[in-house]
Design a protein around this ligand. Sequence first.
Ligand code: FUB
Length: 312
Amino acid sequence: SLLFFSGAFSFAQSSKTINQSGNPIFKGWYADPDAAIFKNKYWIYPTYSAKYREQVFLDAFSSEDLIKWQKHEHILDTAAIKWANKAMWAPAIVEKDKKYYLFFGANDIQSDNEVGGIGVAVSDKPEGPFKDHLGKPLVDKFYNGAQPIDQFVFKDKDGQYYLIYGGWRHCNIAKLNKDFTGFLPFDDGIIFKEITPEKYVEGPYMFIRNGKYYFMWSEGGWTGPDYSVAYAIGDSPFGPFKRVDKILKQDPSIATGAGHHSVIINKKNDKYYIIYHRRPLGDTDGNHRVTCIDEMHFDAEGNILPVKITNE
Ligand code: FUB
């Protein structure tokens, strides 16, 4: 577990700084956390977990020590994104050429005839304000059956950025162009390559460890107790990815439905942390999701060990 101080929660006087020891790491209903480190600070970009029509903005959180979290309100909202009107989901942040790009889903489109999909916003600072980068979605259709949501931006060893995304049990990877305004075709001319592993539902994530590509995703129904995270290991970002196992799931003594995660790697001490959301025990509101951090360990062969979810 990620325990720096023991004892009860203590909240700092400022309404925007939360000094909280333990999980959840900050107050409020926040899901789908994407974590990053910018200039010696940890940043978390989550979904504001409310009803569809209330999901019209994104907040971010920053911390120097993973204990005191500063809330940055409305770093992006639908006033800046004219084509978006609800369901602003699952941000994915990336820094490139001194700019911060925030990829997000909006409108939860159910067909190619609706307006919405995956958008890109840009700012000079991690706390925003972010502006619409394109004036329209970057992905606005269902390629290979993948709903255009749950984006993750992956930087490969050679510096190439990829968009990995997809709901509705399909996952695509696409090669981003230099200024994130569109995609470059693969050698075979394809733009959206499907890399869906067995049991994949949504929430993809990728990182490299000892030269191997770890691909992780959520399984189960997003409001149910079976919501969880599983993974595969491949030799390239395109796989093939053979599912290894589930590594994050509910614990009936702690919380239910643990999923949609990201990973922080502390290169100084080679520690890995999984940042994810889960639902408090006994709660019946599917949107009551809170953001938590726990440690992630590997065995000698490089397999991810089951994560122990904690209150610490
Ligand atoms: O938060 C909205 C949706 O719920 C996300 O896009 C999914 O991954 C699930 O967490």
